[in-house]
Design a protein around this ligand. Structure first.
Ligand SMILES: Nc1ncnc2c1ncn2[C@@H]1O[C@H](COP(=O)(O)OP(=O)(O)OP(=O)(O)O)[C@@H](O)[C@H]1O
Ligand SMILES: O=P(O)(O)OC[C@H]1O[C@H](OP(=O)(O)OP(=O)(O)O)[C@H](O)[C@@H]1O
Ligand SMILES: O=C(O)c1cccnc1
Ligand SMILES: [Mg+2]
Length: 566
């Protein structure tokens, strides 16, 4: 599956170069500027400023309420772009002029204030990108002057929502396919615009895909690039006469075959008349054979053919085998085939049988192990169905369903104020799942005896952290009767500092994309299988400390007006 395989590193100055204390580069998408926000963020900022409240120290949590795709887990994506955004947060002169025209009644002093804003007084604590995460637990905690942090709400949610959704979708495709399969992201043509395409390629790689067909993403992020060829290439050929340069040097350079086209024809006849194949196929499509031969002349080291343009078993597969055997004569090893229509379980099994019969018939070592790639509107369900039927597919090429997140349009991330000037704040709702969890918090993942994560717990910022071997009460944040004691075998603090404004204190390094991908795969594997299964998965427990529980309910009662019956 490697015709055209490259893996370029990131460009100098892009992600993956100097990290840690160095100023992060600008966001990947130049459209990500302080104006990429909702108007109400500016009107609120003005009102904060007008009231002299703009410097009040606020704490916001960014979290989601429900896991996507009917699952019980999510994978966090988008952090690096958020950090790039705040590291470069600054209004340009033109931005200010535009805002003046949009908000003509606002005083001049406000625009002077906006001009001077940056994120040097902002702190961001976040769960590392690529981590498995759960509802209600803050993915990010953002602290700073209320007027500035308010301006971050929309761009942060925008940068996290789709990134986390598509990373989760990729992870789900990885889980259903199994570790041994190669997963190729082919979504660029179907993605929601250029940004959708670029972000999807990055996130799908993080979620466990092996490569992308998206060349720009390969260059930007150092993702391995892979690809085959399309039906157009096959149907562009009329016949073998079109091939004029028929010479192919042996792989070891020792001699040159002057007529590779005839060598292929000879092999096709040998296959046709071999005992195993007599009567199984007749005349194959000669224009297809010409296309395959021509592609092999261009890429003798990585020949892979799309075999379903005319008829997979009566033409595509025998034609492929003839070219692959001719290549083998000259010391080259073909990669395999791609199937892009029909019953992929059946066709992959038949193709495998054909390859094994060739190995047996002509004694070509490992011909039976030829790689089979499948594509065509694949998704979690079709891969699950293929697994249940049995198939011989080695690699899946997945586009539309993966990058458009067809099964769920958005992840409902929110950005809620939890504390201002050290005063915890709560947002109430008729719907209890929408009540926010107040206070600046710390979050921990507690691991059990079998090294599975057992529960995530939020505590107040100045509570003592849970300790290994020490029993701790974990309470459901809203349901009084749901509680459990846990004796953790391992405690992991979830939120790490990724941005400390101008402070000299150390902040965590943004990991490379490859490291985030490793984190994702390792965490997916570490979860208890019943949380990860596709059908009726068990919800993972998310809890609060006893102290935080009491505080939430105290605040709730304080803020909720007492009704009067008449
Ligand atoms: N064995 C299988 N079990 C379940 N689904 C399959 C199986 N084989 C293929 N599929 C899926 O069935 C669908 C077939 O789609 P469709 O009928 O549009 O394509 P096709 O007729 O095979 O090819 P074409 O693209 O040429 O129209 C695709 O989504 C494909 O992934
Ligand atoms: O099916 P997806 O998951 O989106 O994966 C990518 C698809 O894109 C290509 O063809 P395209 O769909 O452009 O043409 P086709 O419909 O004729 O195959 C490729 O052959 C795949 O079928
Ligand atoms: O390389 C491929 O086979 C490919 C790339 C994009 C979309 N469909 C297929
Ligand atoms: Mg298609």
């Amino acid at each position: 599956m490697d015709s055209m395989q490259t893996a370029t590193g990131p460009r100098a100055g892009e992600a993956g170069g100097e990290r840690g204390r160095a100023v992060p580069p600008r966001p990947t998408n130049p459209m990500v500027t302080p104006l990429l926000t909702d108007l109400y963020q500016f009107t609120m900022t003005y009102a904060y400023w007008k009231a002299g409240k703009h410097q009040d120290r606020a704490v916001f949590d960014l979290y989601f309420r429900k896991n996507p795709f009917g699952g019980e887990y999510t994978v966090f994506g988008g952090l690096e772009e958020c950090i790039r955004f705040i590291a470069n947060f600054k209004f340009e002169v033109d931005d200010i002029s535009f805002l003046r025209s949009v908000m003509p009644t606002c005083e001049d002093g406000f625009f002077e204030y906006l001009k001077a804003i940056d994120c040097k007084d902002v702190e961001v604590y976040a769960i590392p990108e690529g981590s498995v995460v759960f509802p209600k637990i803050p993915l990010m905690r953002i602290e700073g002057p209320v007027a500035v942090v308010q301006l971050l709400e929309t761009p942060f949610i925008n940068l996290v929502n789709y990134a986390s959704l598509v990373t989760t979708n990729a992870a789900r495709h990885r889980l259903v396919s199994g570790k041994s399969k190669t997963l190729l992201e082919f979504g660029l043509r179907r993605a929601q615009g250029p940004d959708g395409g670029i972000s999807a390629s990055r996130c799908c790689y993080m979620g466990g895909f092996d490569a992308t067909s998206n060349v720009a993403a390969g260059r930007l992020f150092g993702i391995p690039l892979r690809g085959t060829h399309s039906h157009a290439f096959v149907s562009s050929y009329m016949g073998p006469d079109e091939i004029t340069d028929k010479a192919l040097r042996r792989r070891d350079g020792s001699s040159t075959c002057q007529d590779f086209v005839s060598l292929v024809q000879t092999w096709l006849s040998k296959i046709q008349w071999a005992n195993s194949f007599v009567g199984t196929f007749g005349e194959t499509n000669q224009s297809e054979l010409a296309a395959f031969t021509s592609y092999a002349l261009a890429f003798p080291n990585s020949f892979l053919a799309l075999v379903d343009t005319y008829d997979v078993m009566k033409s595509g597969v025998p034609n492929f085998c003839a070219v692959a055997l001719a290549l083998s004569d000259l010391g080259y090893k073909a990669i395999g085939i791609r199937l892009d229509s029909g019953d992929l379980a059946y066709l992959s099994t038949e193709a495998r049988k054909f390859f094994c019969a060739i190995e047996e018939e002509f004694g070509v070592l490992d011909f039976g192990k030829m790689s089979i790639t499948a594509s065509n509107d694949l998704n979690e369900e079709t891969i699950d169905a293929l697994n249940k039927q049995g198939h011989e597919i080695d690699a899946f090429g997945i586009g539309t369903y993966l990058v458009t997140c067809y099964a769920q349009a958005a992840l409902g991330c929110v950005f809620k104020l939890v504390e201002i000037n050290n005063q915890p704040r709560i947002k109430l709702s008729e719907d209890v799942t929408k009540v926010s969890i107040p206070c600046k918090k710390r979050c921990y993942r507690l691991y059990g005896r079998e090294s599975y994560p057992l529960v995530d717990i939020m505590t107040g910022d100045n509570e003592l952290p849970p300790k290994v071997g020490e029993r701790i009460l974990c309470r459901h944040p809203f349901s009084e009767s749901k509680r459990a004691y846990v004796v953790p075998q391992h405690v992991e603090e979830l939120l790490k500092c990724y941005w400390l404004g101008n402070s000299d204190k150390t902040r965590a390094e943004l990991p490379s994309l490859k490291k985030s991908r490793e984190r994702c795969l390792q965490q997916l594997e570490q979860m208890r299988p019943d949380h990860m299964r596709r059908l009726n998965p068990t919800p993972y427990k998310v809890s609060v400390s006893a102290k935080l529980y009491d505080y939430i309910h105290f605040l709730w009662l304080n803020e909720a007006p007492v009704g009067e019956l008449q």
